[in-house]
Design a protein around this ligand. Structure first.
Ligand code: KIV
Ligand code: ZN
Length: 508
């Protein structure tokens, strides 16, 4: 058995491509969870792309131990210098440099000849080696390249010191047999391939990223790249959790060992969804809320007789505990603590009072508190380091479209109240918050969904706002009152802007 290394690029290919700007604190939270999940390599960002990305990579390199920390660069000296500086404090730094190798990219995008591309590739690897010993080279758009040229580039970069060679299907064009065949071709034809790890990096434009990655592994690749929940540009990247669990369920097929703690998968997926504001579809493999539900009578009957009739994965293996008790306002703190632990939350004794009192507030509004409610409660508690707090919100409507909202907020310890009119209650609430906070933000997206079942379900509001040129900022809020949930979400986003914890403004 050989080791398959797992390389997570949620914070680079995932985050950057969504146009979302996560702040340093949010990126650190995800990076620590990735280490807990056993990820081998964390691509923390593209430091030359913005001061914010530089700061995030720097902080992750300094504070996150137990994984290789990697930064992306173009095959440009200045990018590499910035990346090396950002990675200076990393325990195990890696520079991920590269250039496009397909005829279309070389000609149309780079305006370079194949010889110039080879020269730039070799120079980039050599320059990176001046700073770190671990250098990964990506041959962008490998899948659409001329194979003989690809082999030539790879041989030269390995000779220059590349330790990992990444063969991306940048545009998600491949089918599994073709991608597997490309990886076999590289392994069989690159003269010095034994001196480097072959890495696979697939995009999901045709819905085949998971299948293509598995084909690449079967062909002998020993590093898998992807993101949590498959987030990323266009149709996204390979969903790491899908490939990991495909290998877990059919180990004999792949002959590789993984260092992944599968029980952390569900928690990691929830965290990435909460922080990026990208929802996980209910039916998503492995991490969707319906992934382990059996609805039809025949299936339920089968599962009750023998689980394996319709269940190929024990949900507990990915961190989804089976549900035996339903919590309500009558549940004590012991029952709450027990369930939270089953769901993967460790609450320190000094925080338990606060968590229990939030739970009771929620249980007073809802008859039954489901696991999804608890996840929302705990996720909100983690995210809610707001310096602005919602104290009260009331809205008056008179049957016409216009509504008036009166808001009381606590801002930096001071209690302030103001009112505003708007086109409907949510608009009025947001305008009143703008007046109180004095922020100039542009609302880009607002969504509201219910968590768990029933008319008394919790409303989960997400806002995406833009402040200046700082990218999108996500705010989340939950409440059984949807107006209150919306107000909390908007306050949460304004608080992040005000904290100055945005990349490019100041370190958090
Ligand atoms: O998809 C791709 O080719 C990439 C490279 C920059 C690694 O993300
Ligand atoms: Zn990519």
């Amino acid at each position: 058995m050989s080791r398959l290394y797992v390389f997570d690029t949620t914070l680079r290919d995932g985050e950057q491509s969504l146009g979302i700007t996560l702040n340093v604190v949010e990126k650190l939270e995800i990076a620590h969870q990735l280490v807990k999940m056993g990820i081998d390599v964390i691509e923390a960002g593209f430091p030359a792309s913005s001061p914010g990305d530089l700061e995030s990579v720097r902080r992750i390199a300094r504070e996150v131990k137990g994984a290789v920390i990697c930064g992306l660069t173009r095959a440009v000296e200045q990018d590499i210098d910035i990346c090396a500086e950002a990675l200076r404090d990393a325990e195990q730094p890696r520079i991920h440099t590269g250039i496009a190798v397909s005829p279309m990219h070389m000609e149309r995008k780079l305006g370079m000849t194949p010889d110039q591309v080879i020269e730039a590739a070799v120079a980039a690897v050599k320059h990176s080696k001046r700073y770190v010993s671990d250098v990964e080279f990506y041959a962008e758009d490998s899948f659409r390249s001329d194979r003989r040229f690809l082999v030539q580039v790879l041989e030269k970069v390995i000779d220059a010191g590349a330790t990992v060679i990444n063969i991306p299907d940048t545009v998600g064009y491949a089918t599994p047999w073709e991608y597997g065949d490309l990886i076999s071709y590289v392994i069989n034809n690159v003269r010095n391939v034994d001196r480097a790890v072959v890495s696979i990096h697939c995009h999901n434009d045709l819905g085949m990223a998971t299948a293509n990655s598995l084909a690449g592994i079967k062909a002998g690749a020993r590093q898998l790249e992807g993101t949590i929940n498959g987030i990323g540009e266009r149709a996204g990247n390979t969903s790491l959790e899908e490939v990991i669990m495909a290998i877990y369920t059919q180990k004999g097929l792949y002959n590789v060992d993984l260092g992944i703690k599968t029980r952390e998968i569900a928690a990691t997926s929830r965290m990435v969804s909460r922080i990026t504001g990208v929802p996980v579809p209910q039916h998503k493999a492995i991490v969707g809320s319906n992934a382990f539900m059996h609805a039809s009578g025949i299936h339920q009957d089968g599962v009750l007789k023998e689980k394996s009739t319709y269940e190929i994965i024990d949900p507990e293996v990915v961190g989804v505990p089976r549900n035996s008790i339903v919590l309500s306002a009558r549940s004590g703190r012991h029952a709450l603590k027990h369930r939270l632990e089953e769901l993967g939350y460790q609450v320190e004794p000094d925080r338990m009072d606060k968590v229990y009192s939030s739970f009771l507030q929620l249980a007073d509004q809802k008859r039954e508190v489901f696991d999804d409610d608890l996840h929302a409660l705990m996720g909100y508690a983690a995210a809610n380091g707001s310096t602005i707090k919602l104290i009260n919100v009331s809205v008056a409507t008179n049957g016409s479209k216009t509504a008036t909202a009166t808001l009381t907020l606590e801002i930096g310890g001071e209690t302030v109240t103001d009112a505003a009119c708007g086109n409907g209650p949510v608009d009025a609430v947001f305008k009143a918050i703008d007046r109180l906070v004095g922020s100039e933000v542009q609302l880009v997206d607002y969504s509201l969904k219910s968590i768990s079942q029933g008319s008394e379900a919790l409303g989960d509001a997400t806002v995406k706002v833009r402040a200046g040129d700082k990218g999108l900022i996500i705010g989340r809020g939950i409440s059984t009152d949807v107006i209150e949930a919306s107000a909390k979400a908007y306050v949460n986003a304004c608080s992040k802007i005000r904290n100055g914890s945005l990349p490019g403004i100041a370190g958090a």
